[in-house]
Design a protein around this ligand. Sequence first.
Ligand SMILES: Cc1cc2nc3c(=O)[nH]c(=O)nc-3n(C[C@H](O)[C@H](O)[C@H](O)COP(=O)(O)OP(=O)(O)OC[C@H]3O[C@@H](n4cnc5c(N)ncnc54)[C@H](O)[C@@H]3O)c2cc1C
Length: 470
Amino acid sequence: MTNKNQESHLTADYLIIGAGASGMAFADTLLTETDASMIIVDKFHRPGGHWNHAYPFVTLHQPSSFYGVSSTELGDDKIDESGFNRGLMNLATGTSINAYYEQIMSRRFLPSGRVQYFPLCEYQGNGQFQSILTGKTFEVTVNKKTVDATHLKTKIPATHTPNFKVSSEVVFMPINGLTHLKNTPGRYVIIGGGKTGIDACLWLLEHQVDPDNITWIISRDAWFTDRQNTQPTPEHLIYFLNDYACQLEALEKADSIPDLFLRFEKAGVFLRLDKNVMPRMYHGATVSQIELEQLRRIKNTVRLGRVQQIEKDRIKLEKGEIPTNSHVVHVDCSANALSHAEMKPIFAKDTITIQSVRAGQLVFSASFIAHIEATVADDPSLKNDFCKEIPMPDKDTDWVKVYATSFRNQHKWSKNKEISKWLYNNRLDGFSHLVANVGPYDTKSGEILARISKSKKPAMEKLNSFAAEL
Ligand SMILES: Cc1cc2nc3c(=O)[nH]c(=O)nc-3n(C[C@H](O)[C@H](O)[C@H](O)COP(=O)(O)OP(=O)(O)OC[C@H]3O[C@@H](n4cnc5c(N)ncnc54)[C@H](O)[C@@H]3O)c2cc1C
């Protein structure tokens, strides 16, 4: 017998759709800062969102120390002593991220008595959701707001459909398939020049695959961030501050957007794979210098546009073709994790739509949005003034749009004492507490802070004028 037609009525202050990283970060901060009750609904069987379907060797590309939820550390902040990330802070693996979110749910959220969690339930709109397992439907009376933590629709290789045709006579798999190979392939063809393609190439190289046995199809080259500049430790702070100072100085001096990017590269703000190829993409991915050196060992790079079709003996691309055969493993890394969802105001009368309010920092953003919900008067325009939504980047020039809004938000927050204190104490913020403690005793950091304060105003004016051009 099925429960399909049974309906349960539930009541909560907040109905949160999505128990991915952003829904979890939002709920965690709301739990800390309010007495509110919450219902969290997710169609997956456990929290963590896309990390549940990620490839086995996935890791964060930012230090674990400022990822996850604000209340609870993720990882151990240790510096890696081996591997391609050596010298830099540990990057949590997908497995540890999934375990982390399970623990947040079972040890913090549920015991609070204020959170009800409904896994394997699909939200249908208008406060209604349905259990995938039983068919039972639920209707929620929401006292305060419905929170959409699904709007950005992260895509990953295991759950996306490639936008090209593949012959059934070739071996084709998402990146997840690499760890299940039974026979040694004649060659690996990696399809995708973004972070997933990079991860596939690095994993093969780490496992001693000859770089000459890898063909890497890169439809667009990307600008990367040097991971060294994103480390929230006192020892690395100098790199972070210098990176920021260099961004501002480049902005101040640049006479066009292409000139800006070349200045970024010269100053070490941006990295690229091949000095002879001008990147046309910016997705905010970070790489270590060692990873980049490794990637450059792959000489068979194919830059003929996007794959259109994989036939049994050739791969057709937009601007040409390359041979292939049945001994080649074709690895799909073409899913674009970043959303093309239309941006919308974060706060509306009865809803909150989670989006970024700081460039490249979605989990920080979700926590910040919860803080604004908890502390700013219930007027969407007042709340949105602290939370201007940042578009997801795609093209190289999107850096300008993304950072114009990100710096705008940061400037607004810096004028507010309560928010500055909150940033200082929030682990997802990463850097505020370190920067606040730079004293005159530390001459090197002090000098960089002086460069920052000198260039800030003209740099922001230039950034806004570049953004207006776009
Ligand atoms: C490989 C990879 C590495 C990354 N590394 C980093 C990093 O180092 N740092 C960083 O800041 N970002 C990183 N990101 C970006 C990443 O997108 C975010 O960190 C974050 O995990 C996204 O979480 P989310 O909750 O917004 O989305 P998701 O993980 O997609 O979660 C959305 C949830 O909503 C649920 N859902 C959707 N529709 C419904 C519905 N109708 N009913 C019920 N449930 C629904 C889904 O089941 C899912 O659980 C990475 C992304 C990828 C793909």
